[in-house]
Design a protein. Sequence first.
Length: 256
Amino acid sequence: MNTDSIKGIIVPLITPIDENQIIDEARLRRIVDHVIEDGVHGILAYGSNSEFYCVEEEEMKRGLRIILDQTKGRVPVLMGIGAIHTPVCVRIAKWAVEMGADAISVLQPMFLKPTEEQLYRHFKTIAEAVPDKPMLLYNNPGRVGYTLSAKLVTRLAHTVPNIVGVKDTSGDMTLTTEQFSRITAAFQQMLTDLQAAAPDQVDMDVDVSDLEGLETSLDARMWANDDLSVARGEFDLNLTKDGETITLPLVLELVD
């Protein structure tokens, strides 16, 4: 799975709305140019800042079409999905990818408190609807009312090939550390299974199926605004063995 679309600073866009309660195309195009010219590495359409829950689906399509047209391939565009009904999420994922989105980011359902099994089936079903595109899990417990457990994230990372990362706004570094530990182990097992199943077809620069000799390190980059109401951290977990390295990226956002 190519994850080149999920690197660096990926900014969630706001949605400018005019007096008729529809997306203001001219202003949206200016916002797209503004963030790209200021150096972002990607755009997230319909993240939390977009107030996606106020935008009708057909208008959401129109907005994504404008974003993609104005971006003109200069940076990747990710599609944020926050519906609470799995079939609706699947439908949005499919049309977003068909329109040209490079990846999707899926928020856990709000207003509900699903079981771990229900959440697993929810995310797995959405990811399998767009198997050729990377998908991020979006963990936002402050707005949703519950968190995605490290156990669930690990299971998804291990069993669904195109679930490649987590957008986390919990601010819980204990959870983050546990996720790193669990996902690293799951990643090791996945590679072992792949090598056993198709040894001539799996191309790996690093053999991490054997823990002996495996070194890990964590690179962190932090940013916050002046009043500390918004903070962002970008972390790279580096797995090194025999002089070769695999890097697993993770982005955390904390909004007060």
